[in-house]
Ligand binder design. Structure first.
Ligand code: HEM
Length: 484
């Protein structure tokens, strides 16, 4: 078309000069690339083009460009680029990494139907109860808080996905595949993932194991086998229970009953891949945001105090906060927004245009890895004043002035691939944050001299970014009705 011919003549966006016939491989950052890319913008502006490992790469550091490309041209950018690690670890059936095909769209519809605010009526009360039990577990063994939180997240999501409590073994497997996904998806690694998909399938998969450097092939095979087991096992268990006539509620049983009755628009294999895509996408992200909340509270005692007073003014210390209290707890909501802003848990997300596009006088070649830098957007000083300060108050409406833009408009992605779990994530985060702050104080460990240690806020560089492991003291608030 005319527009297409014209866009082919446009220049590429500015970016670092590559070496003669090589590209920009050497300068690609490995640690917190999202921060380094913000520095690059000082020289090149908000759109930065580079070429590395035979790929066109475009870094987008600006929220308005994300809206223009991912929302206004949502169909053009609905594709996620794929890379060899995805296939090597068996994740090509995971809806997070699939192209935006009919199958992917149907899987998204299944998830959206299961987790939207209307469906919440069936799982909201269970989540309220689960969260209260979690607080009791943390009170009993605060030193195990991380394990308790992971189990709470994993067992709720699998129960609601498959309709039954799954065995501990399956939850362990879920955690193991999450580690593999995190390793395979380290953002530095995507870019260094030089072998195109088709070639890697032929060459890497068929090299013998003893071939030098093939340790990762064994690693990938193990990752693939475990993912396949995770995909099959809980689904088959749910299926046999349904065939035995057990009453169950959840995404899999609700849909499978219709499939068996011949009244569903979904196929069984679509349901299987939708279901097995949930665990890592849900647990890693919510775990990361929960850990980030805890360390930020430890660093900001004043915020905890203010939140506690707000909660007590509503519950009067007679009960735990519930979903029906959400509207009465604006400061809790402000804390949650600020935690999402301070370190968005999925800081960079990749998309790829299905045909050559033009934007602001530049050409964006078909198949470019367009990397949307969410961290850059939530640290843009023109949107958030003093972006490196943790300040929940910025989200409270002040008289006639409206509050800052909701960072969750960035943190859950955009357009056709926006996170289908966002309602569940928001609800779960509200329950966790409000019940935790109603029940406990979190403080830094004590030094030998009796003073509290300094809190160091450091985050991982992985695809889902969370605080580096930290120690803390979790102290029950006296007079709390649920504990005493
Ligand atoms: C704090 C919690 C969470 C955050 C910050 C988060 C963030 C994101 C982001 C940024 C994306 C990429 C969106 C895009 O490409 O535009 C995404 C995709 C996705 N999320 Fe979440 N998420 C969270 C929780 C969940 C939960 C609880 C579930 C499941 C119930 C879930 C399921 C998914 C799935 C399946 C995708 C892939 C969608 C697709 O590629 O079409 N997420 N999420």
């Amino acid at each position: 078309s005319w527009a297409f011919a014209r866009s082919r003549r446009l220049p590429l966006p500015p970016g670092p000069q590559g070496k003669f016939w090589f590209g920009n491989e050497e300068i690609l950052p490995w640690e917190h690339p999202w921060k380094e890319f913000v520095n690059w913008s000082k020289t090149f502006g908000p759109l930065i083009y580079l070429h590395a490992y035979g790929r066109d790469i475009l870094i987008v550091n600006e929220a308005s460009a994300a809206t223009d490309l991912l929302e206004t041209k949502s169909t053009l950018y609905a594709r996620r680029p794929t890379w060899s690690m995805v296939a090597l670890t068996g994740r090509q059936d995971n809806i997070v990494f699939m192209d935006h095909t009919d199958r992917q769209k149907k899987a998204r519809m299944l998830l959206q139907a299961a987790f939207n605010p209307k469906a919440q009526r069936s799982w909201g009360p269970i989540l309220e109860e689960d969260t209260t039990s979690l607080m009791l577990q943390i009170a009993q063994s605060p030193e195990l808080f991380k394990q308790h939180i992971r189990r709470y997240l994993g067992s709720f999501i699998t129960q609601f996905t498959y309709g039954t409590k799954v065995e501990d073994h399956v939850l362990d497997l879920g955690d193991e595949i999450s580690v593999h996904t995190q390793q395979a998806l380290r953002p530095g690694r995507w870019l260094a993932d030089a072998v195109p998909l088709v070639l890697s399938n032929i060459s890497v998969l068929y090299f013998p194991d003893w071939f030098p450097g093939m340790a990762f092939k064994r690693w990938a095979r193990d990752a693939r086998t475990k993912f396949m087991e995770y995909t099959a096992r809980p689904f088959q268990q749910a299926r046999s229970s349904i065939l035995d006539g057990t009453e169950m509620r959840g995404m899999v049983p609700d849909t499978l009953n219709d499939i068996i009755a011949g009244t569903s628009k979904y196929k069984e294999e679509e349901l299987i891949s939708a279901a097995s895509s949930i665990y890592t996408a849900a647990v890693e992200t919510t775990y990361a945001i929960t850990m980030s909340f805890l360390i930020l509270m430890m660093a900001h005692q004043d915020v905890q105090e203010r939140a506690y007073r707000e909660i007590m003014s509503v519950t009067e210390s007679t009960r735990q906060p519930l979903l029906s209290d959400m509207a009465a707890l604006p400061y809790i909501d402000a804390i949650i927004r600020e935690v999402h802003r301070f370190n968005p848990v999925a800081p960079m997300l990749p998309r790829s245009p299905v045909q050559t596009d033009s934007y602001k006088g530049y050409r964006i070649p078909q198949d470019t890895w367009v990397i949307f830098n969410i961290w850059a957007m939530t640290h843009d000083a023109s949107i958030y004043q003093d972006p490196h300060q943790f300040m929940p108050e910025r989200h409270l409406p002040l008289g006639h002035e409206s509050s800052a833009k909701d960072p969750r408009d960035f943190a859950f992605g955009f357009g056709k691939r926006i996170c289908p779990g966002l309602n569940l994530a928001n609800v779960q985060m509200f329950l966790f944050v409000s019940q935790f702050l109603a029940t406990f104080e979190i403080r830094p460990p004590l030094k030998d001299d009796g003073n509290e240690e300094e809190v160091v806020l450091e985050y991982t560089s992985s695809f889902v970014s969370l605080p580096l492991p930290f120690k803390c003291r979790i102290i029950p608030r006296s007079g709390n009705a649920i504990l005493y």
